[in-house]
Write a protein that binds this ligand. Structure first.
Ligand code: HAM
Length: 437
């Protein structure tokens, strides 16, 4: 078939009806879980001042340097489609004086984000986040609570092999020292690094730890580890995180080279993955096992960000889940979602007067909260029964001229084909009883 002239922009997708159920399911599970933990929902605009991200996420990050969609408005504002949700939430926290709310302030959000990435599996230019941000809580218990909430959401979505990969990247004090060590280490191994890391090794050496190139990975595996160089405060904090993780019985894995790609993190950083182990070991699977699975959730502590964006010193932490990645694992593992809209009753009509009566009856079903379906555009009973079968309803109600004149309606049980005649004005009552059984 010839491609239509206009198509979805590269790396972006229409969300069609089949996938809507997944988004709705994840939203519903997330809302239930986070409401239990006392989070309030917040929505921020799709665009923000571009400077918010260059300042908050960091000028040298891939997100700001390469992936931001920016635009100049007619009024001269320089805006960016939001590439992530933490900085906008901090902006809103400060703008609305939420710092005077009782602590901790707990916010959550769900919505689209934009990054001009190289599109590939699990990496899109428009994707959705479900995120949590907590302010005014410095204890390590909150870091673990955030992990626990995402763990619970994924468990409720039937994920079974969840692993929390965790590290500490210290604070400004110990990070400066660690960076110095790392720069020295990388200096002696420059020739073995990829072109990108050669550049990064002086300016932003932590990014080298994040490189996926095999030759860099080999070098990184001998690099000094951050957790051996934490200052006392950061060390205590991380110890606390690990103790709470043990206490909560959460599955975790220390990943000494996990740094995350955003500059605002301090102390704890983590990513949650679903291990794709246990699948049959043909070549393709072997390759997948070798590869680190894509992170489903990423987050950590960001104790300096509120101050950096103009507020008071405020401890904070949070994380965000990538909805498309969660959906893709759900599909891969054949985790089914049940549609919240699944009609139980189909209304078939024959002739003009029946059609008129069906219109009213259909509204009565809506008021009685019975999910019903119809195809008013079809006139043949055979076609309508075929549609009812396809939808998979339990009952089809048949209303023809004769039934209208006699004030009755036929109820056909689809499984058995048995039919029953019911008085028209009793049909809602009768169907309520039948569907309750
Ligand atoms: P992030 O790691 O950049 O963190 O994104 C969080 C999650 O979004 C990732 O773990 C991944 O599942 C998903 N994701 C990221 N980029 C893409 C993409 N191009 N296509 C599809 N999915 C993607 C943040 O954005 C932080 N704001 C998280 C956070 C909240 N930290 C503290 N609070």
């Amino acid at each position: 078939m010839k491609k239509p002239k206009f198509q979805c922009p590269t790396g972006m997708h229409d969300i069609l009806s089949g996938d809507q159920e997944y988004y709705q399911k994840i939203f519903d599970v997330a809302r239930n879980v986070v409401s239990f933990y006392g989070f309030q929902k917040i929505d921020t605009p799709i665009v923000e001042q571009a400077e918010l991200f260059s300042k908050g996420v960091g000028l040298d990050t891939d997100i700001v340097e390469k992936e931001m969609y920016t635009l100049r408005t007619k009024g001269g504002d320089f805006l960016a489609l939001r590439p992530e949700g933490t900085t906008p939430v901090v902006r809103a926290y400060l703008e609305h004086g939420m710092f005077s709310l009782p602590s901790p302030v707990k916010l959550w959000y769900f919505g689209p984000f934009f990054r001009y990435e190289h599109p590939q599996a699990g990496r899109y230019r428009q994707f959705h986040h479900m995120g949590l941000e907590v302010f005014k809580e410095k204890g390590s218990i909150m870091d673990v609570r955030i992990m626990q909430i995402f763990y619970n959401i994924l468990r409720e979505l039937k994920f079974k092999n969840i692993v929390i990969n965790i590290n500490s990247i210290g604070d400004n004090k110990c990070r400066t020292q660690y960076k110095r060590l790392l720069i020295n280490f990388l200096k002696s191994r420059q020739s073995g690094l990829c072109a990108n890391c050669k550049k990064r090794s002086k300016k932003n050496p932590l990014r080298v730890l994040d490189c996926k190139e095999e030759k860099c990975q080999k070098i990184i595996s001998n690099a000094p580890q951050f957790i051996d160089h934490l200052c006392e405060e950061c060390h205590e904090h991380f110890k606390g995180v690990l103790e709470f993780l043990d206490e909560a019985g959460l599955p975790y894995n220390l990943d000494s080279y996990l740094v995350r790609g955003l500059d605002y993190y301090t102390k704890t950083v983590f990513e949650i993955t679903e291990e794709v182990r246990g699948v049959s070991a043909n070549d393709e699977d072997e390759e997948r096992i070798q590869k680190k699975p894509l992170s489903l959730v990423g987050g950590g502590r960001y104790d300096n960000l509120v101050k950096l964006l103009g507020g008071k010193d405020t401890p904070a932490c949070g994380a965000a889940a990538g909805i498309e990645r969660i959906i893709s694992v759900m599909k891969e593992k054949e985790i089914k979602v049940v549609s919240s809209y699944s009609p139980k009753v189909f209304l078939a009509q024959l002739g003009d007067s029946a059609k008129k009566k069906s219109l009213r009856l259909f509204e009565d079903f809506r008021k009685a909260k019975i999910v019903a379906s119809e195809s008013f555009n079809r006139d043949s009973l055979r076609d309508q029964l075929k549609t009812a079968n396809k939808i998979g309803v339990d009952y089809t109600l048949i209303l023809g001229q004769k039934e209208v004149l006699e004030g009755i309606i036929i109820v056909r049980e689809m499984k058995t084909g048995k039919q029953q005649i019911v008085k028209f004005d009793k049909i809602i009552e009768v169907m309520k009883k039948k569907l309750k059984k």
